[in-house]
Design a protein around this ligand. Structure first.
Ligand code: KIV
Ligand code: ZN
Length: 398
């Protein structure tokens, strides 16, 4: 397996990637994922325990409910920095400052659209007016907190030279983090990497700020684009649990973090995430929102560590590395599952029977496998109870 990095990594200290979770803001604002204040607070504690560096708790000026949720999270949750979102509008920024007052480590995240499409059709602003808003927004936010993040909404569809002007203005006004959103999930990995390299080479004072990536999943590329941004020099990734977020969602935190961990030889980057807590965070979010992840979802889906085909099960029984690239326990599963079904083979059935305490001779095993497989005409999987009944000769039926 080729896990080497393009450069000689031996002498280089791994980069720390800051995880900025926006489940409670970008995730929560998408259809079907609305949470009440109590649920948001519970989930914020879970994110902090997970090791998230920055929790974006909401958009305080969007509603009194969001204001109160952000204020309570800022007061109660320790261990992560708490961010709140504001347009480059004085009222939004004042609402953030007020909601974040009791946070131990507050961050105001202010943004404005920069692409030609958004300038013309959404804002009705010239380039100069956009820059004026950036300066006003970031400077006002800096009067309240040290840690100000500025986002250029629709950055990936913005003229590169103008994006540099916008970011120069933001840095001069005091922004500490420059976020480069792929707001509509239009970018490709190669473009994202090149964009970050370009910005790091051209923004004045780039060495004193953190570049951040925020990718949406409209083409299913959000995680790949975030990883490419890291290759281009991003040191903060904005993402959400289960990848929830506007439209097709944001980059999924669990996938991004495990890609960095499993392919550490390639990315040479670490995060603070306690990966064995990933599954429970995912399940808590599903319980709160009532929306389950699909079975084949990477890391946290029911099939992520389940094997049904005979060939795969046989391989797994000999050496799990044949069909698994990480241990299920690393992300919170108890163990892999060898699901007995129509595609399963002799080795897996014999192994399960042994675990249940039955050792059958070849002829008995053949008979039992035939009977077990006939059950799959009416059911998907063969359970331990099914096997026990077959061995014991118990009758099936209602
Ligand atoms: O997708 C986006 O551009 C955003 C910004 C507000 C950061 O969510
Ligand atoms: Zn977004």
């Amino acid at each position: 397996m080729n896990d080497s990095s393009p450069s000689d990594v031996a002498a280089i200290t791994p980069a720390n990637i800051r995880i900025f979770d926006t489940t409670l803001r970008d995730g929560e604002q998408s259809p079907g994922f609305t949470m009440n204040a109590e649920q948001k607070i519970l989930f914020a504690h879970t994110l902090s325990d997970l090791g998230v560096d920055i929790i974006e708790a909401g958009f305080p000026n969007s509603s009194p409910a969001d204001f109160n949720a952000v204020r309570t999270i800022a007061r109660e949750v320790r261990g992560s920095s708490i961010a709140a979102l504001a347009r480059c509008h004085p009222a939004d920024i004042e609402a953030c400052a007020s909601a974040l007052q009791q946070a131990a480590s507050p961050c105001i995240h202010t943004f404005i659209s920069t692409s030609p499409l958004h300038r013309q059709h959404k804002l009705g602003m010239s380039r100069e007016q956009v820059i004026e808003h950036v300066i006003m927004g970031v400077s006002l936010a800096r009067k309240h907190v040290d840690n100000v993040e500025f986002s250029a909404e629709d950055a990936s569809r913005t003229e590169r030279e103008f994006l540099v002007e916008v970011f120069n203005a933001a840095v001069e006004a005091g922004a500490r983090t420059l976020n480069v959103p792929d707001t509509v999930g239009y970018g490709t990995p190669e473009e994202m990497r090149a964009l970050f390299e370009y910005l790091r080479a051209n923004v004045k004072g780039a060495e004193n700020v953190v570049f951040s990536t925020h990718c949406h999943n409209d083409l299913g590329l959000a995680v790949a684009n975030s990883l490419a941004a890291i290759e281009g020099g991003a040191r903060q990734v904005e993402c959400t649990i289960n990848g929830i977020g506007e439209r097709a969602g944001n980059a999924a935190l669990e996938e991004l973090v495990m890609a960095l961990k499993v392919r550490s030889g390639w990315y040479n980057a670490t995060t603070r995430i306690q990966t064995p807590r990933l599954l429970s965070a995912s399940r808590l979010l599903s319980r709160i929102t009532g929306i389950q992840v699909q079975r084949n979802k990477a890391i946290v889906g029911a099939n992520a560590f389940a094997h049904e085909s005979g060939i795969h099960q046989h391989g797994m029984l000999k050496n799990r590395d044949t069909y698994e690239i990480m241990h299920p326990q690393d992300v919170g599963w108890e163990e892999s599952q060898l699901v007995l079904g129509r595609h399963s083979g002799r080795a897996a059935v014999a192994d399960r029977l042994r675990k249940l305490g039955y050792v059958l001779d070849d002829a008995e095993l053949d008979r039992l496998i035939a009977e077990a497989k006939s059950l799959t005409q009416t059911q998907h999987a063969i359970s331990d109870r099914d096997l026990q009944r077959l061995v014991e000769g118990e009758q099936f039926g209602p």
